[in-house]
Design a protein around this ligand. Structure first.
Ligand code: ARG
Ligand code: ZN
Length: 466
């Protein structure tokens, strides 16, 4: 969630990709070994992700020295070719690449902007599983100030790093297929100086003294995850660990500057996670919690299992928002950025539901207040069903997205609406989703024709009638 909205500059740049090569749309069996497209086929972010393969697993070995801002990385990426490949790309921003191998054999490679092109010694057959290993090092450079995105990616801090990468900042700390349409499991092996804690997604597997000094933290995210939700946040942290009342593992971590917030972060995160289980269905991951770092990012991010709060003590509303994302955004992730309201509209509506649940304003009151915004309010001219790359986190995606859900709730009734939320989360658990899939499910469960409603709320550049 954005806590301050910046409006800066223009949007994404880059050449169009050479055709939309989604994960299942490679050439036919008879094709000659081809070249993987430099983009996964998202028209709004033409160079994000890549064509021709599908990643199953990332194993990331990272050494980081905060004092020198030096990262040494070795990424091993397990993937399957979705077309014959004589060459394919990875996304990587900065660093010096010292070596690339494919299935253990040295590969040649070249750099062009944020594209790392890899030519394996032998072409890969369509359907082949392969492992590509990349050794890289240097000073990580976060992405800065394009449109309303602020600074994101691997952000060095005084004692470590604040790592929040939405939408496409994973490439600032590891090479990969940096687009949400390609989900994978992750292993992290992170070595940091003594006294520094490294926090990544999923569960801590081990914490051991490193041979050369310092500590190696091994984390595993065993559930599919999109690249922008991966984190390796490092610094001095105070931790509290346990389980929620409902039995879900819970880990809260705060920078010492926020030590007074630790108890509240831990207990609120647990309470809210347990409540969302009753509303959205079973928790999709192995743990919940939250991290407060001392970097004033101006936003929070729903990093899988480890939401991050950038330099502020989160209140219950934003905790409710980031934890709702564990279902909507993380377990169910978007296939294309234009559908971002499926993340942000749902998480904002969850804030309204939390308020209603705790005796504050009802969702109906929140809807009414939002609808009373003047006719020239920017949310009315920005249809949230088509998020724009140059203004991705526009408030319309959040507020008008949430209003869309409330309008739907009134139209189909509470019973069907809450069944819909649970069915949506269950049917697409750990999958990729689109707006059309959601509207089709809403029509199926309600037995109503809903395109006038969705069209007015999601796609028209004007205020819908209340
Ligand atoms: N998904 C986040 C949230 O709404 C917002 C992330 C903003 N990212 C950015 N680069 N500014 O919780
Ligand atoms: Zn959000």
């Amino acid at each position: 969630l954005l806590t301050a909205l910046g409006l800066l500059g223009c949007g994404a740049t880059g050449e169009p990709s050479q055709g939309a090569t989604g994960s299942d749309s490679g050439p036919t069996d008879t094709a000659e070994p081809g070249v993987g497209a430099p983009g996964i086929g998202d028209p709004d972010f033409p160079l994000d992700g890549n064509g021709g393969y599908d990643v199953a697993h990332y194993a990331l070995r990272i050494g980081y020295a905060p004092a020198r801002r030096r990262l040494d990385g070795e990424a091993t990426i397990q993937a399957r070719a979705t077309q014959a490949l004589s060459r394919f790309n990875l996304d990587l921003h900065g660093f010096r690449v010292s070596g690339v191998s494919v299935d253990g054999a040295a590969a040649t490679f070249s750099r062009d902007g944020d594209e790392l092109s890899v030519t394996p010694a032998e072409p890969l057959a369509r359907g082949a599983e392969f492992a590509v290993k990349v050794a890289y090092s240097g000073t990580p450079r976060p992405v800065r100030g394009s449109s309303n995105l602020g600074t994101y990616g691997f952000i060095p801090t005084a004692d470590g790093a604040f790592v929040t990468a939405e939408p496409n900042g994973a490439k600032t700390w590891f090479p990969g297929n940096d687009h949400p349409a390609d989900k994978a499991t992750f292993d992290f092996e992170i070595t940091v100086p003594a006294g520094v804690t490294a926090l990544a997604n999923g569960e801590l597997v081990s914490r051991t003294p490193a041979p050369g000094g310092g500590t190696t933290f091994t984390w595993r995210e065993a559930h599919p995850m999109v690249t922008y939700l991966a984190t390796a946040t490092m610094g001095r942290f105070t931790l509290r660990e346990g389980r929620t009342a409902g039995g879900i593992r819970n880990l809260a971590a705060v920078d010492p500057r926020f030590s007074a917030a630790l108890g509240e972060l831990y207990s609120r995160s647990g309470e809210i996670t347990d409540h969302w289980v009753t509303v959205f269905g079973p928790y999709p991951f192995s743990s919940t919690g939250g991290v407060v770092d001392d970097f004033a990012a101006g936003y929070a991010l729903e990093n899988q299992t480890k939401p991050m709060y950038g330099g502020f003590e989160p209140g219950e509303s934003i905790i409710a928002h980031e934890l709702a994302h564990q279902w909507f955004g993380n377990s169910l992730s978007i296939e294309r950025w234009e559908d971002l309201w499926l993340n942000e509209g749902f998480a904002t509506y969850a804030e309204w539901l939390w308020s209603e649940h705790t005796g504050g304003d009802t969702a109906a009151q929140r809807f009414k207040t939002a609808h009373a915004r003047p006719a020239n309010d920017p949310i009315w001219s920005y249809p949230p069903g088509d998020a724009r790359p140059d203004d991705l986190f526009n408030e319309s995606i959040y507020t008008r997205g949430a209003m869309t859900l409330h309008a739907l709730r009134r139209e189909i009734g509470d019973r069907t609406f809450f069944t819909l939320l649970k069915t949506w989360a269950a049917e697409h658990r750990h999958g990729s989703v689109t707006t059309e899939q959601f509207t089709a499910l809403a029509e199926r469960l309600s037995g109503k024709r809903l395109d006038p409603l969705f069209d007015a709320w999601l796609f028209q550049p004007r205020r819908p009638s209340a």
